[in-house]
Design a protein around this ligand. Sequence first.
Ligand code: G6P
Length: 369
Amino acid sequence: EQIEKGGYDHFMLKEIFEQPNAILDTFRGRLLTDKAIIKMVGVEDNMKKFLNANRIIVVACGTSWHAGLVSEYIFEDLARIPVEVEYASEFRYRNPVINENDVVIAISQSGETADTLAAIKLAKSKGAFVFGVCNVVGSSIARETHAGAYTHAGPEIGVASTKAFTTQITVLTLIALRLARAKGTISSSDFRHHLIELELIPEKVKKALESDNYVKTIAAIYKDVKNFLYLGRGYNFPVALEGALKLKEISYIHAEGYPAAEMKHGPIALIDENMPIVVIATKKGHYEKVVSNIQEIKSRKGKIIGIVTEGDKHVKELADHVIEVPETLECLSPLLTTIPLQLLSYHIAVMLDKNVDQPRNLAKSVTVE
Ligand code: G6P
């Protein structure tokens, strides 16, 4: 097992650090920046279905559901296709309105999640076209769907999903961009610009990973708190949810993710000098508005951990700590802002002496209801 961990203390840490290469593997043969094209067989073969779709319904569970939420922003923003993101467990029992004009995208790392599999079967029985985004080749979901795209993240052993999440977002971004180009909702120059920026992501993830030691010092400060709040907006709202989930899963600290602007409708009541609040405040994502949320937190003495764009000055003045990530397009920022949140939960769990790779009560793949 030590050998399999490749010198890392835990699979989770190894998998966090594998992300630059995992994303490169996801790109392979698909992102052809020189030719200014994206090639995805499962999408090309079914282009008509995608282009005629009234809407896309994403079904997934857990971290994969969060990747689905990120994709809602990107599909709507770039490809102008309405998207609904559903917990597979709710969708399957809701008697959903769905028909042959719907495209269902099922996202699953393992490809074995019982609820997601059941949601797929239901969607198929109503005539919908079902597209899978799986990591495990030949898994039940990969076989049950009409077509799909693998994430190619490689085996993920840690129960808390890391590289599966970022590669799911990568695949979904490629699909959204491909559809945007086909629909003409993105100009060719803008498309090219997105491809160039996408190509730079693995290097930028590497850069974001350099915050590891600094994140560790922050973890040491907050490891004994009982509650954490994570805030983000737009593309980074799902990242806030995912950051909170990671912390809950492996450190057993209660954490809530919230859209930053919703803070005033509830979580603000919890804020005092004992409450650390992780705020994703990157430059292009409603920056000014998030900064004003940070001011509200500060006036209530909450402890602020800002995830900011390299060189940021404004948040630095207000926050107790800032963790920088490289600048990128807003739609690609989740691929970078996720990294410090993974590291933060990892280091807190290690310091609390928890079983990072196999947290209590959780399973890597949930094959029963
Ligand atoms: C379990 C795992 C999570 C995962 C979720 C969905 O809860 O512990 O990490 O996100 O199942 O799994 P899937 O394999 O369908 O992505």
